[in-house]
Design a protein around this ligand. Structure first.
Ligand code: PRP
Length: 211
């Protein structure tokens, strides 16, 4: 199929993505934020945008239904980069992936059992294994900060930006797992077949990031 399909992450990342795309010369044909549609034409004839949940962007790009995607590094770490190239750090939506626990709760030591609530179950499993700890990972989809307070888990693994959500729920940060920002990713086969078109957009986005 000719043309380029770009999978965007909705929510906070989208708000910072649209100005960056505009500086790179790409604008949606209608107001994405004011619409319930999921697929949008753009000012460029053969380029369309899909607006997805962050966790689904890597899936669309891996399967080649989207040639390019914009996804948080947290999603790449959680869902893996098989079939994908990470082309560019867009330097937007910066935050940290961290462990957190109730303020003042003694830290668990290597060899001890710890229960951890997270929507990043793969990242959490790897992190605690690297720390030499036996972690029981509990999968949640949101409101993670509640889990330790109601006795569901000892700790959580979550995104921290301002730290306000942790503070408001009596938690504090512990270990830094990774710095996160949004990345431009490409399907490997699409990069080969649509090299000139992808490279041109990548270059314009790189200039937009630097400018
Ligand atoms: C994220 C994250 C925290 C919060 C951190 O949630 O899961 O709850 O932001 O931000 P802060 O450090 O500035 O308080 P988000 O609001 O994106 O919603 P989600 O749980 O649906 O991902």
């Amino acid at each position: 199929m000719s043309g380029l399909t770009i999978a965007l992450t909705k929510g906070r990342i989208l708000q910072e993505t649209l100005p960056l795309l505009a500086r790179a010369g790409l604008t949606p044909a209608e107001d994405i934020q004011a619409s319930r549609k999921l697929e949008f034409a753009t000012n460029v004839n053969d380029v369309r945008l899909l607006v997805l949940r962050g966790a689904d962007v890597t899936t669309y790009v891996r399967h080649g239904v989207a040639d390019l995607g914009i996804a948080g590094k947290d999603m790449l770490l959680e869902h893996g980069s098989d079939g994908l190239y990470e082309l560019l750090d867009l330097e937007i939506s910066r935050c940290r992936l961290m462990t957190a626990a109730p303020k003042g709760q003694p830290p668990k030591k290597a060899g001890e059992r710890v229960s951890v609530a997270s929507k990043f179950t793969n990242i959490a499993r790897r992190h605690y294994a690297d720390m030499g700890m036996n972690a029981d990972i509990i999968a949640l989809y949101g409101a993670l900060e509640l889990a330790p307070n109601v006795g569901l888990s000892d700790e959580i693994v979550d995104i921290v930006d301002t730290g306000n959500t942790l503070r408001a729920n009596g938690l504090e940060t512990r270990e830094l797992i990774a710095h996160v920002s949004s990345r431009l990713i490409a399907n490997k086969a699409a990069l080969k077949m649509k090299y000139a078109q992808i490279k041109s957009l990548e270059d314009r986005l790189r200039e937009a990031v630097q400018g």
